[in-house]
Design a binder for this molecule. Structure first.
Ligand SMILES: O=C[C@H](O)[C@@H](O)[C@H](O)CC(=O)O
Length: 273
């Protein structure tokens, strides 16, 4: 039986040239803060959305798009045909109460990342050139992180967006960590979604989502274009040999701080020379 935390991709036409692949709403998930949508756009297709209480980070995952909001027009943004080119891409931040459009200049896949608009923020381009690249981990937990909208960037009022690349034979989000208690400075409460891609695409990764009391304990085989929902708990990812894992994380909670807590049983992993 498929885990309630695992969402397989759909393929639903929601407009001319617009195909909905993933949609995670607070109204149909165990999440209170984070929303996520993935859409494929044919050339010339125009997706439009009015934002009410949410802010949104529009990630040009693949292909080129033009984003408009009010007097803002960001033309032909996007830097890659595949996420596995492993280079940062462009995004646009739009705050609550605004309406935006996304037009496909080439065939495109767009990630729409949502969280509460706690305070208004200006619409702005988050250019690829401004994305921090971090190489994290050692031994077999090495991964590359693109900080698209980290907590150090005040462009958003609650939203955090990051993408992570993990090569075969490695684990990421490892040693297992969690961020499910509003208990700063020790830990922050951030819900999370993982949008996964695999190269080659027939691959899979293992992801476990589990809490200290094991009230949540789901171990999943996660495939291309799946979403994993992390309402709470530790959430490590293991990547089989031969495959490259990509995932896009959306995080949000009561405070826009990413302060995770490593599982004590496994924290020794970090202390090796
Ligand atoms: O909490 C954040 C997410 O679990 C990932 O972005 C994770 O931090 C990626 C990693 O460090 O491997």
């Amino acid at each position: 039986m498929t885990s309630h935390l695992l969402r397989k991709p759909q393929s639903q036409s929601i407009g001319e040239g617009i195909t909905l692949i993933q949609e995670v709403l607070t109204s149909d998930s165990p999440l209170d803060y984070v929303g996520f949508k993935l859409i494929d756009l044919a050339v010339g297709a125009v997706y439009e959305q009015p934002l009410e209480q949410d802010e949104c980070c529009i990630v040009a995952l693949t292909g080129k798009i033009t984003v408009t909001e009010g007097e803002h027009r960001f033309e032909g943004i996007g830097t890659r045909e595949s996420v596995f080119e492993k280079k940062p891409t462009d995004s646009v931040f739009v705050s609550g109460g605004a309406s935006f459009t996304v037009e496909a200049v080439t065939p495109a896949t767009v990630a729409l990342c949502y969280s509460p608009a706690v305070e208004p923020r200006p619409t702005k381009l988050l250019p690829a050139s401004g994305v921090g690249v971090v190489h994290r981990g050692k031994y077999n937990n090495q991964r590359m992180v693109h900080d698209i909208l980290p907590d150090s960037d005040p462009s958003a009022s609650s939203l955090l967006v990051v993408e992570v690349y993990t090569e075969g034979g490695n684990f990421s989000s490892y040693p297992p960590h969690k961020h499910d208690r509003d208990l700063l400075p020790e830990e922050s409460l951030l819900e999370e979604t993982y949008y996964h891609e695999l190269a080659p695409k027939q691959g899979f990764v293992f992801q476990r989502v589990y809490t200290d009391d094991r009230s949540i304990d789901e171990t999943m085989a996660v495939e291309h274009r799946n979403v994993v929902i992390v309402p709470a708990g530790y959430h490590p990812v293991g990547v089989p040999d031969g495959y490259t894992s990509y995932y896009l994380n959306v995080m949000a909670g009561p405070k826009r701080v990413w302060k995770f807590y490593n599982e004590p049983d496994h924290e020794w992993i970090l202390n090796r020379d």
